[in-house]
Each structure stands twice: as structure tokens, then as C-alpha cells.
Design a protein around this ligand. Structure first.
Ligand code: ZN
Length: 553
């Protein structure tokens, strides 16, 4: 920047657009990369820490400069840098507060977050952080007079600047290449700490993925699906209810041995509890499509999963009735083109406010649906009803249950987890699980009431777990390979009406033994096909949790 001048008596600075970009890059290298530098410097090997630190800062500045300066001109530089200042401040706030990294799957969450959810994430600590790291620097930025340059000279300077930055990057990289390369190989996640590069890169990656994925029609799945022999033998209609839970973690599940009574109602019911279940992903965006795919985490391929129809489409090919009811952020294309409704639009009395509904709303009209099932004949009498919960979706756990379920106290009742103690956070979270327990208990009671006329089964499984402050991690969404077990181990429960167990020749004692062994989201697809007795080449019996427990027909 050139020396201050005083037109009209006010202190202003003049600078070229390129100079402003350089200043911003230096500012971010020091203010937004504490996590990146901290994580990277732990891997210094036999390099002197100071030397590696200096090299990393130079590389950060140079790389961001090369990326941003091509877009910075006299009239674009201020809006561009202002946008990046705010984006970077929001990103660093969430990285520090919740220990999340801004990789493509996290950014996918961010861009798809609904306004209601975003409102719950806003907090005073974010406001202070934004003021310091975005609003103040932006205010300074807007006081700078951007010096106009003849375009030929401007372009030459821009090119020269990029060349200098590339040389600086290479010079800084050379002496640290060995530790740096091994770090990038063994700790890939570190690159997602480099800010603002992380969210710019991740957003770009999503845009490219969507542009290429959006144009392809989804591949059909299981066009060969046909009803098994049980369909014709049935004397009653069959309704299987699949409750896709939200953010429930295995560690706090009473049925898994957690000492607090988080599932008192299920504990009194003859449910089969799967005590060792691993999720496919650590966020809804990843887990949901994966849970309804024939091959999930065991050979994970996001493009293949999203490019294909789901379990629900396959069931429709077999002639079954399917319905998706949502109380969260939608079915992520799992139910595309199929019957579906949302609790918020049903607006059941006393359960909704501000566009969010308590999970009991998922059960609205269930009794009537079961009554109507009696008059459905033919293939359509076999039904799968999916209920997508709001469950324990954070950080506002206390908004997930009605006041009567504030059993563990004091519970955190602030949208900003930082304002609460760990004990209060866990109390609120456990209360939300206790409410899920009540929803599942009420659901089973409804199925039991209709048992004489309708065979039924319930499968409950959560989409991913949650961190509640272990190693300073909160919420969920860390990349699968570095995510702690709390984010990946989920509760799963099954209940069968006696008519259903009999009609399917299922040995529940055998199922109970199977439930003590490890299971994953990969099992869900094939287990549902087995329960509904659908024949298709896609079905793999070794991934059906009940396969060993069926006596030969
Ligand atoms: Zn989720």
C-alpha cells in the first residue's frame, strides 16, 4: 500500500487490487490457520519447527494469492474479499468450536442446511468472532481507495505477481518437501484445515460433482424384483416400519449398557437390540443414500450410490407399497418420485412451532393407515413405511423433546453449546434419546394394537452418531476415516409382531444371538428385502441379519 493521503481531511489508504489480495492472504495465513499450522507442525519430523512454520506460512500466502488474484480487479476486489472474509470467519468459528473440517461432505451439509437449522447454529460467540475477523477487516477494506491501473500494465503486474508467488511457493516447499509429502499422504485430512482454501475447494468439488451427476438419469435397481412365496401365503397384510433415526449414538443407549435410563420404554418391550452397529457415514447426506443401497461402506462409492435407484424403488418394482414420511431434511433422493409427506405440512396439533415438529408427529395417522391396510389386497398389501426422524439433531438438543421429557437436569437450553457445561449438554442429549425411546415405544404400542389384523415389524437405526465433547469434538460430520467411534457407532433395534415372526418362520431367539454380533448399515438393505420376502438378484443373504434365523419353508 502507498502512503496515507488525506483527501477531504479523512484518513484513507490507496492500494492496487493485487496489493489488497496480498494483505488479505497474509491476514488469513495468521488468523485463520491456527488449526492447520497446529496439526501440520505436530508432524515436523526432524525439521526445525520454526523452519517448517515459516515454509507453511509462505506456501499458504502464495497459494491463496495465486487462486484469488485472477479475480481481483478495481471493482471486484472489495466485494470478493468481503465475501471471503465472512466465509472464512464462519468456517474457522465452526472448525474451532465443533472440531469439524470443511471437506466436501461437510460443505455439502452446509450448502444444504435449511434456514431453520442455520438459525439454531447462530450464536453470540459466532457474532463476536464475525465482528473481529470479518466485519472489522472489511470496514478497513472499504476505506481503501483502489488505484486504477491501465489494463496492459495491470495484467503484466498480475502475471508477474502470480509468477513470483509460484516461485515463492516452490522455494518454501523444497526444503520441507519430505516431511510435507509424507504428512499429506498419511494425514490427508490436514489439508482440509487450510483456510479459506478448504471451503473454496470443497464447494468447487461439490459443484463439479453435481454438474456431472445431475445430467445422468438414475440407474434402475432390481428390475427383476418379484414377491417371494410368503406373499401369496399371507393371511394378513404386512406393514414394516423403518425408523431412520437421527444423530443417536450407541454409547448413550441404555439397551447397550449405558448406565442412565435413556430407553426405559424399549427396555420393557420384547425388542431385539443390535449392540454393535457401525454407520456408513458421519452425516445424513452420506449415510442416508448409503443405507438404502445394496453396497454401502464395504465398497463405498458415492457416485455409484447416488447414481442408482434405492431400496424403495426396488420394492416398488416388486409391487409393494412404500411411503416416506420426513421430519428432517428430506430423503436425499432415496424416495425420489415415490409417495412421501412431511410432518411440518401435516402440522399435527401441538407438535410443531417455527417450522420444526417433534418426532411424535411422525406417528400422526398411523392407526388409520394400519386400519386401511386391512382393505388393501394383492401385492400392495406388503408395505414399507419409512419415518425419518429429527431425533437428536444438534446442537439444540433441548428443542428435540417436549418439556415433560426434561428428565436429566440441568439440561443445556442454549443454541450455543459453548454456553453450557459438558454435563448440561449430555443431559439435553440424553433427554432427546429418551424422547426417541418414547416415540418408538408409542409406535410399537400402535402396531401391537393392530396385531390381530395386520402383521408388522419395526426396524429402528440411527444414521450416524454424535460427539459430545470427547477430545473436544462436538456434533458429527468428521470424515469417516478420522471420525471418532462416537460418530460411527449407532443404536439399532428390531421388533416383530408375533404374527409376522410366525408367518416368516423367524426364530427370534436366533435373531437375539445375531444381534450381539457386529453389524453395519450395509446389512439394512438385505435385511429389509429378507423381511419383506422380495426375490431379486441384488439380494445377498450373507448381508441379511435374519437369514440364519429363518427355518426352511
Ligand atoms: Zn443425520
Amino acid at each position: 500500500m502507498t502512503s496515507p493521503s488525506r483527501p477531504a481531511g479523512r484518513l484513507t489508504f490507496s492500494a492496487t487490487a493485487d496489493q489488497l489480495v496480498l494483505v488479505a492472504c497474509v491476514f488469513w495465513a495468521f488468523s485463520a490457520n491456527r488449526l492447520f499450522l497446529g496439526a501440520a507442525l505436530k508432524q515436523h519430523g526432524d525439521m526445525p519447527v520454526a523452519g517448517l512454520a515459516l515454509a507453511l506460512v509462505v506456501m499458504l500466502v502464495a497459494l491463496h494469492y495465486v487462486l484469488i488474484v485472477p479475480f481481483a480487479y478495481r471493482h471486484t476486489v472489495k466485494p470478493l474479499l468481503t465475501f471471503l472474509l465472512f466465509g472464512t470467519a464462519v468456517g474457522t468459528h465452526y472448525m474451532r468450536t465443533y472440531g469439524v473440517v470443511l471437506d466436501p461432505s461437510m460443505m455439502n451439509n452446509v450448502w444444504r442446511t435449511e434456514p431453520v437449522e442455520a438459525r439454531e447454529l447462530l450464536s453470540w460467540s459466532l457474532a463476536t468472532h464475525l465482528l473481529l475477523y470479518a466485519a472489522l477487516p472489511a470496514a478497513l477494506l472499504w476505506r481503501v481507495r483502489v488505484v486504477p491501473q491501465p489494463w496492459r500494465r495491470g495484467a503484466a503486474i498480475k502475471l508477474g505477481g502470480v509468477a513470483v508467488a509460484l516461485v515463492a511457493f516452490a522455494v518454501a516447499l523444497m526444503p520441507v518437501f519430505k516431511p510435507f509429502a509424507s504428512m499429506m499422504r498419511s494425514h490427508k485430512e490436514i489439508r482440509y484445515f487450510a483456510t479459506p482454501l478448504n471451503y473454496l475447494w470443497s464447494t468447487g468439488a461439490i459443484a463439479v460433482r453435481q454438474a456431472s451427476g445431475a445430467t445422468q438419469p438414475r440407474r434402475p435397481l432390481g428390475l427383476d424384483a418379484t414377491p417371494g412365496p410368503l406373499w401369496a401365503a399371507r393371511t394378513r397384510p404386512l406393514v414394516v416400519v423403518l425408523v431412520v433415526g437421527e444423530t443417536a449414538r450407541a454409547a448413550n443407549w441404555q439397551l447397550n449398557g449405558y448406565p442412565r435410563p435413556t430407553t426405559p420404554e424399549l427396555a420393557r418391550l420384547p425388542v431385539i437390540n443390535f449392540s454393535d452397529v457401525t454407520s456408513c457415514g458421519t452425516n445424513t447426506e452420506t449415510s442416508l443414500p448409503c443405507m438404502f443401497a445394496p453396497v454401502g461402506r464395504r465398497d463405498y462409492d458415492q457416485a455409484r450410490i447416488r447414481g442408482s435407484e434405492s431400496l424403495l424403488h426396488l420394492l416398488v418394482h416388486a409391487g409393494a407399497t412404500v411411503h416416506w414420511r420426513d421430519n428432517q431434511s428430506g430423503c436425499k433422493n432415496v424416495c425420489a418420485g415415490l409417495p412421501q409427506d412431511e410432518v411440518a405440512s401435516l402440522n399435527p396439533a401441538g407438535l410443531c412451532s417455527d417450522g420444526r415438529c417433534l418426532d411424535e408427529g411422525l406417528l400422526a395417522g398411523l392407526n388409520e393407515r394400519l386400519a386401511a391396510a386391512r382393505s388393501i389386497t394383492g401385492r400392495a398389501a406388503t408395505q414399507l413405511l419409512v419415518l425419518h426422524q429429527l431425533g437428536s439433531h444438534g446442537p439444540a438438543y433441548f428443542r428435540r423433546y417436549p418439556p415433560a421429557f426434561a428428565h436429566f437436569t440441568p439440561a443445556c437450553e442454549n443454541d450455543d453449546l459453548q454456553k453450557c457445561t459438558r454435563e448440561e449438554i449430555v443431559n439435553a442429549y440424553d433427554n432427546s434419546l429418551r424422547y426417541t425411546d418414547h416415540v418408538l415405544g408409542s409406535l410399537i404400542a400402535t402396531l401391537q394394537r393392530n396385531e390381530t389384523d395386520v402383521d408388522s415389524a419395526l426396524i429402528y437405526v440411527s444414521d450416524h452418531g454424535e460427539s459430545l465433547g470427547e477430545r473436544n469434538f462436538y456434533l458429527h460430520g468428521l470424515p469417516w476415516f478420522i471420525a471418532p467411534s462416537e460418530q460411527k457407532e449407532v443404536p439399532m433395534v428390531m421388533w416383530l409382531s408375533s404374527g409376522m415372526a410366525r408367518a416368516s418362520a423367524l426364530d427370534t431367539a436366533c435373531l437375539r444371538r445375531r444381534a450381539a454380533e457386529p453389524a453395519t448399515h450395509d446389512h439394512l438393505f438385505h435385511t429389509v428385502l429378507g423381511l419383506l420376502d422380495v426375490k431379486t438378484a441384488v439380494y445377498e443373504p450373507e448381508w441379511d441379519l435374519a437369514d440364519r434365523c429363518r427355518s426352511a419353508p
